[in-house]
Write a protein that binds this ligand. Structure first.
Ligand SMILES: Cc1cc2nc3c(=O)[nH]c(=O)nc-3n(C[C@H](O)[C@H](O)[C@H](O)COP(=O)(O)O)c2cc1C
Length: 217
């Protein structure tokens, strides 16, 4: 058997560690890679001159918050506002908006980090204009005290920067095909059923209740 020099030994150990790191990062990539989720940008309303301009800013991971944000946008437009509905990553500044509605889906008890980051980064403006929050989730849906308290925690990090005038909580959707491998595994482990509990009438009515305390039309 050929003699293994100290240099060869170190090379072998280095290659082994490199291989393990590569395999782990490859596995992490595969496990967390998300299906493509459409994040449309739409503007609703605008028929009325001098209408109030409102931003509905949303963050989603598996897509269900998109239609919630759009329903809010359309309902506010029905009341006479001009409403931009945008994914947070497409928003460069908040100039020109008279009110802002910020919403996020929930993961493991919290708003998605981009939503919290957006509120923190824009807190100066968001504290000047009327602001509302909405949360899309699947636990803590009933009216028990425990559920109400659980719901309050979802946006707690964002509320440290901005106190919204009104907050809405909406039952969301579970669709395994829209989840990464890791999230699907988590959802299966929690025995989460595939379901769509979004209540469009409730969401639309909440949006219209923002007039006039958040949105002046
Ligand atoms: C991995 C995972 C964790 C979740 N954790 C929570 C949670 O802690 N509380 C909750 O109410 N809903 C939870 N949900 C449900 C989502 O908030 C719900 O499916 C929501 O509609 C997702 O919004 P999105 O599709 O816009 O990302 C979880 C969903 C997944 C897939």
């Amino acid at each position: 058997m050929p003699k293994l020099t100290r240099r060869d030994f170190l090379k072998l150990v280095g290659a082994g560690i490199g291989g393990i790191v590569l395999a782990c990062s490859g596995l992490t990539f595969v496990a967390t890679r998300e299906p493509d989720i459409a994040m449309p940008q739409n503007t609703f309303g605008g028929n009325t001159k001098m209408a109030s301009k409102v931003l509905v800013a949303y963050v989603t991971k598996s897509g269900s918050t998109v239609q919630v944000a759009e329903t809010i946008g359309k309902s506010l437009a029905d009341k006479g506002a001009i409403v931009d509905v945008r994914p947070i990553k497409a928003i460069t500044n908040l100039d020109g908006y008279q009110a802002v509605v910020v919403g996020s889906g929930v993961r493991i008890g919290k708003w998605l980090p981009e939503a919290v980051e957006f509120v923190k980064k824009n807190q100066a403006k968001l504290n000047q204009v009327p602001t509302a929050f909405f949360t899309v989730h699947l636990l803590n849906l009933d009216e028990s005290e425990a559920s109400k308290q659980g719901r309050q925690l979802y946006a707690a990090d964002a509320r440290q920067s901005v106190n919204p005038r009104i907050e809405g909580f909406f039952a969301g959707k579970m669709e395994y095909a829209k989840l990464s491998w890791l999230e699907r595994w988590m959802a299966q482990t929690m025995k989460a059923q595939e379901q769509d509990l979004r209540d469009w009438n409730k969401i639309g009515a909440w949006a219209q209740s923002l007039v006039p305390s958040v949105v002046q039309v």
